[in-house]
Design a protein around this ligand. Structure first.
Ligand code: TXE
Length: 487
């Protein structure tokens, strides 16, 4: 029998229980078992975390950049030193293949700290001399104070650290909440931060549900900025709660991203990358290309080749080396995704492959679903308009570039888009006109951390990444000094 893990909040550098003494079950999605309990934190725990952060702020915000940077880099190193354990914890908690957690999630969490640990040393303010008026302006980039970071379950440590690292590097103190569905690696990060020498209270991690612990962070009158990644509906709710409190908000929300495939593309490269952009992480990445549009002349060929490749993906236990598709994150999410497959049938979608749960031997109670490809008749059907966030893609042909663009933009989301073509003029035209924050051409999920990341329309507000993130986590204050004489 497996032993139960009891996770703790990390407040003021100390691991502690929720003040209420209440717990929430944490499931292993690969076999449906409850394997851990997490603190069911309330407003009182968030208040306690805030007080610790506020007390730590004067010292942390005046710590030299060199010292701050060294601590960030030490955290990055320690994450890598603990790669194996963290990757196993992530795979168990989330259901993603261990190979993916090992190759992508945990290295990227380390890279986030390394990037912002180095980045803060390059984050400079500007000076503007007004010649003739005899004034000199300079801009201070000051840390905001105590900020809130709320992250989702799909890329747990990857996205948690993507927020925390720039917030800390910029000199803020943080109250952070990971998703209650995948709390494990955030819990393990607390000890790593202590080992790295992060002073007590600078980072506080509060576990619990969104409507209780998450809402308490958003409602806290003195937590002055919120960086949130999650669903669009939750994002809209957070924006409503935060607006009267005049908080800075960064909202990275859902996506329903088009993948436009033209006949003149590098076909083999497109096929293998499209397989990844459709089903990586069980399709639970906001950047997945879940709407596939293919030029009519190659549509039948693509259908045949793509379905053959999809059929070769092994659905299995996350810990099996050859697993390409692990478990969905939770029972309720599995039911949501299956619900969309039923909707597809009512909408006269043709299921070209998949659509059924998979029983994995030895893990019969796990949440496994076949990768699913559905040919649709109309762009406006629900499965092509709503974020399913699972291993399900839609497929539709187009005749002209203009039609492809219209189909791509005919959706309420605008996070990313992928274009497959060898025509440079087409690339330039479409990249300009596609309504998205990120456009990939002949590639997917290629990320340079210096580049801006975020969406338009209902995919969010604000940009993360590079100096965009450091700008978000600082206030710009202009100082104008009048001087005598000519300089
Ligand atoms: O996300 P939520 P859920 C999409 C995806 C998914 C849907 C719902 O379509 O099916 O969202 O997923 C916290 N105040 N994405 O319900 O609720 C919550 O505890 C403050 C896309 O899991 O948005 C968690 O930490 N916080 C997405 C975080 O918000 C609140 C990734 C995200 O949870 C809160 C995940 C509240 N009132 C889901 N309510 C992406 N953009 O990548 C919840 N939370």
């Amino acid at each position: 029998m497996q032993s139960m893990h009891y996770l703790k909040n990390y407040i003021n550098g100390v691991n502690c229980d929720a003040l209420s003494g209440k717990w929430i079950d944490n499931y292993n999605p690969s076999d449906g078992s409850v394997y851990a309990q997490i603190p069911d934190s309330s407003k009182q725990d968030v208040d306690k975390a805030y007080s610790a952060a506020q007390a730590a702020f004067p010292a942390w915000s005046t710590t030299t950049i060199d010292t701050r940077s060294k601590i960030m880099l030490r955290i990055a190193d320690l994450i890598l030193e603990n790669l194996e354990g963290l990757a196993k914890a992530e795979a168990k908690d989330n259901g993603k293949p261990l190979s993916l957690a090992t190759a992508v999630d945990i290295p990227r969490a380390s890279a986030n700290f390394r990037f912002f640990g180095n980045g803060i040393t390059q984050f400079a303010s500007k000076a503007h001399q007004s010649v003739g008026l005899n004034t000199m302006n300079y801009t201070l980039k000051q840390p905001i104070g105590v900020v809130g970071c709320i992250s989702p379950w799909n890329l747990p440590l990857y996205l948690f650290t993507w927020k925390i690292a720039p917030a800390l590097a910029a000199g803020n103190c943080v109250v952070a909440k990971p998703s209650e569905v995948t709390p494990m690696t955030a819990y393990l990060l607390g000890d790593i931060c202590t080992q790295a020498g992060l002073p007590a209270g600078v980072l506080n991690i509060v576990h619990g549900t969104g409507p209780t612990a998450g809402q308490a962070i958003v409602e806290h009158p003195n937590i002055k900025a919120i960086s949130f990644t999650g669903g669009t509906q939750t994002g809209a709710h957070i924006a409503r709660v935060a607006a009267p409190l005049f908080k800075k908000l960064s909202l990275e929300l859902g996506g329903k991203n088009p993948n436009l495939i033209f006949a003149d593309c590098d076909y083999q490269k497109m096929l293998s990358v499209t397989l990844k952009s459709s089903f990586a992480n069980q399709g639970q990445i906001c950047l997945c290309g879940s709407r596939i549009y293919v030029e009519e002349t190659i549509f039948e060929q693509f259908k045949k080749d793509f379905v053959a490749k999809v059929a070769s993906l092994k659905v299995g236990n996350p810990f099996d080396a050859d697993t390409k598709i692990g478990a969905l994150v939770s029972k309720s999410h599995m039911e949501k995704v299956q619900g969309y497959i039923e909707i597809a049938k009512q909408e006269n979608g043709t299921i070209l492959y998949g659509g059924k749960p998979v029983e994995v031997t030895g893990s019969e109670q796990g949440y496994y679903l076949q990768p699913t490809v559905i040919e649709i008749q109309e762009n406006q059907c629900r499965i092509n308009q709503e974020e399913i966030f699972g291993p399900v893609v839609t497929l539709m042909p187009f005749k002209t570039e203009a039609e492809a663009l219209k189909l791509a933009n005919d959706v309420k989301y605008g996070l990313s888009a992928t274009i497959w073509t060898s025509n440079i003029d087409r690339t330039m035209r479409l990249s300009k006109d596609i309504q998205a924050g990120i456009v990939w051409v002949n590639t997917w999920l290629n990320r340079d951390l210096r580049t801006p990341f975020g969406g338009v329309k209902q995919s969010g507000v604000g940009r993360e990444g590079g100096f965009e993130a450091l700008n978000f986590f600082t206030e710009a204050k202009n100082v104008c000094i009048s001087y005598q004489g000519n300089i």
